[in-house]
Design a protein around this ligand. Structure first.
Ligand SMILES: [Zn+2]
Length: 254
């Protein structure tokens, strides 16, 4: 069986003032409409879920939720999307997040039966005292009792180099990207929130809420170098054009 990547819908973010995506004051008053996908990697040795979108209860709000800065919405619950693929969350062997922000970790507790693969720095960040007081803590609190595999450098998930988690800290302390070496598409790197859109990749603007600006620039440079070296395609997860270009179930990235 060949390696496959299925694309799932983790919601939308629409803002009328994108200035939050730049600490340098760009994007003021701009309308941005962003995707929020998550991905299911199917490998002969197991299934890996990469990110899990906004929490499913968001789909119960027909006009979405106004966070004050943007409108979040979810067209279809992730549990429902998996069920339409005849997949029970219990059948997901490995679960990992690009990072723990609520648009990526909303349904993490669905995967409490999986082995959670996480950068030690991100795990500490998620379970620090003030994170435990946050509204979104309940979305992922069960991971504290999940089977866990932690890493402190890049992590080769299946041990054959086909699916590798790349440390790219800066947006959060343990932010990560995912390299998948697909049989037909070749190497593809899913970059989490290293960049929000293609434009951010060109301008190298970073949001004001990143935990470490210097680390973010180093991570960006690292992924640019690696992509060049491997000839890899970069998928910017919130970028609408990248989302539109992806196959939908029952099709998959091959
Ligand atoms: Zn995000």
């Amino acid at each position: 069986m060949d390696l496959k990547v299925y694309v799932l819908d983790g919601g939308r973010l629409v803002t009328e003032d994108a200035s939050i995506f730049s600490a340098d004051g760009n994007y003021r008053g701009e309308h941005w409409d962003m995707a929020n996908p998550c991905y299911l990697v199917v490998h002969p040795l197991g299934r890996l879920m990469w990110d899990c979108g906004f929490e499913d209860s968001l789909a119960d709000l027909p006009s979405g939720y106004n966070s004050g800065r943007s409108i979040w919405s979810l067209p279809k619950k992730l549990a429902q999307q998996l069920s339409e693929m005849s997949i029970d969350p219990q059948d997901i062997d490995y679960f990992t997040l690009s990072h723990s922000h609520l648009d990526h970790s909303g349904n993490a507790n669905l995967f409490r039966g999986s082995t959670w693969i996480v950068d030690e720095a991100e795990r500490d960040f998620m379970f620090r005292a003030d994170a435990r007081q946050s509204k979104e803590f309940k979305n992922y609190d069960a991971l504290e009792r999940a089977q866990v595999r932690t890493f402190t450098s890049d992590h080769d998930v299946f041990g054959d180099g086909s699916v590798v988690i790349l440390r790219t800290p800066g947006h959060t302390p343990g932010h990560a990207a995912l390299l998948v070496n697909l049989p037909q598409s070749g190497p593809v790197i899913f970059t989490g929130d290293l960049w929000y859109t293609c434009r951010c990749r060109t301008t190298r603007n970073i949001p004001s809420n990143n935990t470490d600006r210097r680390q973010t620039f180093e991570s960006m440079a690292r992924i640019e170098d690696l992509a060049r070296e491997l000839g890899a395609r970069i998928i910017i997860q919130h970028e609408r054009a990248d989302w539109e270009s992806m196959p939908r179930y029952p099709e998959y990235l091959r």
